[in-house]
Design a protein around this ligand. Structure first.
Ligand code: COA
Length: 231
């Protein structure tokens, strides 16, 4: 039910635990014992928006809402899309340039009240680097302009489903249809891999991103809330 997140704890230099609330009743005594025994600094838990009693229980035990999470989904259908020569698979040499616009681009991170901006940037940099190496996400596509990778998308495939890990377009080039092209390219790639369902999660406060997904024919699948208790 509650477990320490070893990787996150090491990365953020705080003892972070995740409380999995699949059951309808939380044993808060057990939770507090775990906190004491493992010197936990932060507990995080993701609560479905319709589980009001559970949410009230969390609030009564001093958990605070950090962010909402909207999951978008779509069924990938055959698309008539011509190969875009500007889109390529990223390699590690692209990372230096991408770092320039990566810093601060994911403004709505749920970690923003808990750790420094620099650490959040470093978290996304690590995520992107791993995606390029195929270590956490499976692949990263870039959009190149004058040989510079001005946008990227990372994908994780799980049988017939795939998730967008990260997607970003350098600020000077946003709103020009580059994100759309990356989505189209990804769908074509995923279709060839036998993937049928395409999902993406975004922070509820990231309204621009949500409108972007809606424009790309995704629809809302679920709404959840991140609750945190900081000791
Ligand atoms: C979200 C993002 C990837 C969209 O890519 P994009 O190339 O800017 O989007 P497109 O040009 O293909 O599509 C434009 C549509 O996306 C939405 N949009 C999202 N962010 C936008 C932005 N900064 N500027 C303009 N439109 C934006 C709008 O709905 C817009 O439609 P409209 O012109 O009818 O209003 C990009 O803006 C971005 O990198 N944002 C910051 C990082 C981020 O939030 N990533 C998503 C995290 S889950």
């Amino acid at each position: 039910m509650i477990n320490k997140l070893e990787w996150d704890s090491k990365f953020f230099n705080k003892n972070i635990a995740n409380l999995d609330i699949t059951s309808l009743k939380i044993n808060f005594d057990k939770v507090e014992n775990f906190v004491k025994n493992n010197k936990i600094d932060i507990i995080q838990t993701l609560a479905p928006s319709n589980k009001i009693n559970l949410i009230n229980d969390l609030e009564n035990h001093f958990f605070k809402m950090e962010e909402s999470v909207v999951t978008f989904t779509k069924k990938i259908t055959k698309i008539n899309y011509k190969n875009d020569e500007n889109i390529k698979i990223a390699n590690i040499e692209h990372l230096d340039y991408m770092k320039k616009y990566l810093n601060g681009i994911f403004k709505e991170s749920r970690y923003k009240r808990i750790v420094s901006k620099e650490l959040i940037d470093s978290f996304y940099y690590t995520w992107l680097k791993k995606a390029i190496l195929g270590k956490f996400d499976d692949i990263c596509f870039i959009y190149e302009l004058d040989n510079l990778p001005i946008a990227f998308i990372t994908l994780k495939i799980n049988n017939k489903k795939a998730n967008i890990g990260l997607i970003a377009v350098s600020p000077n080039f946003q709103g020009k249809g580059i994100g759309y092209k990356l989505i189209q390219h990804s769908e074509r790639f995923l279709l060839q891999k036998g993937v049928e369902i395409f999902n993406v999660r975004t922070q509820g406060s990231n309204i621009l991103a949500q409108n972007f997904y809606i424009k790309n024919s995704f629809f809302i699948d679920s709404l959840k809330f991140w609750f945190y208790k900081v000791y």
